[in-house]
Design a protein around this ligand. Structure first.
Ligand SMILES: [Zn+2]
Length: 289
């Protein structure tokens, strides 16, 4: 999820929500799923069969993209040195999305500065590390709402001590569910991004122009906390490359639903559900959802 934007903020988004993709688990420092299955021993003739799995597109181990469209040339040469640690809590559905942004984010940062936890429910027993982070007073959670303070306005000296930030990676509704149904996430201070960045992630439909992908949220967050705007630019480079590559290869620009509605270009049949209609009206009138 992403976060940002006034209220819709914090989540990374897309029609459903956000994020990037590819087959490989973000944090596997190694073998992409589906490769390297060498346990032929024991399967007799099966081992003689052509291994289709190897014919799948080979995946770059660093950026998680298929090798033919590897984005490593757009990544920083070395992982960025930051003192803030990101803890991405990722809805399981995000892991299998084709276009995910978290692997790109992870590829730009040292592994210990970007940890990814996949799941819907988290608790102290099953996730002691995450629980400890949540209970640390220097941890923030990026999730917009009336309770959230703007990160830019916090009077905290982030340079004085290393902080951690929890970011939820999922569609808006997934993120909402994860935030409200995990007591752990109540502990950290809730923050949102108030910057006027418009999403550059143009190949997925986002509810509003202001809804950022998880990568964009992380980039803006780190730039603020590390007081270094260059971090944001470096983190966004692979995303820009990804978008321009996709567009060159036939992907269509997905304007946000807000843009489509405002310009009379929204072609899907209007929903029958009154709540949905209200929500769309609010998008047009720019009120918080
Ligand atoms: Zn790569």
């Amino acid at each position: 999820m992403d976060t940002q934007c006034g209220d819709l903020s914090a989540l990374s988004i897309s029609d459903e929500y956000p994020s990037t993709g590819s087959v490989e688990p973000v944090h596997s420092a190694g073998t992409p799923q589906g490769e390297g299955e060498d346990n032929a021993g024991g399967f007799g003739e099966l081992a003689e069969l052509p291994i289709e799995i190897n014919e799948r597109r080979p995946t770059c181990l660093r950026c998680g993209r298929p090798q033919k469209v590897c984005l490593c040339p757009f990544l920083p040469v070395r992982p960025l040195e930051v003192s803030t640690s990101l803890y991405i809590v990722q809805h399981p559905a995000e892991e299998s999305r084709v276009l995910r942004t978290v692997p790109l984010l992870a590829a730009c940062l040292p592994p210990e500065r970007c940890r990814v936890f996949v799941g819907r429910r988290f608790n102290e027993e099953r996730n002691p590390e995450l629980a400890a982070v949540c209970q640390d007073p220097r941890t923030l959670i990026l999730y917009p709402g009336s309770e959230a303070e703007n990160l830019e306005d916090l009077s905290v000296d982030f340079a004085a001590a290393a902080h951690s930030v929890i970011i939820i990676d999922g569609t808006w509704s997934q993120a909402k569910d994860m935030f409200h149904r995990n007591a752990l996430f109540r502990s950290p201070k809730q923050v949102q991004l108030n910057s006027s960045v418009s999403s550059q992630y143009v190949i997925r439909t986002q509810p509003t122009n202001m809804c950022l992908s998880t990568l964009e949220c992380a980039a803006v967050t780190l730039a603020i906390m590390e007081k270094n705007k260059a971090i944001e630019e470096l983190l966004l480079r692979p995303l820009q490359a990804l978008c321009s590559f996709q567009l060159q290869h036939g992907a269509q620009v997905h304007h946000s639903k807000e843009h489509l509605l405002r310009n009379g270009l929204y072609h899907k049949p209007m929903p029958k559900n009154k709540r949905k209609i209200k929500r769309m009206e609010r998008l047009v009138t720019n009120q918080n959802i």
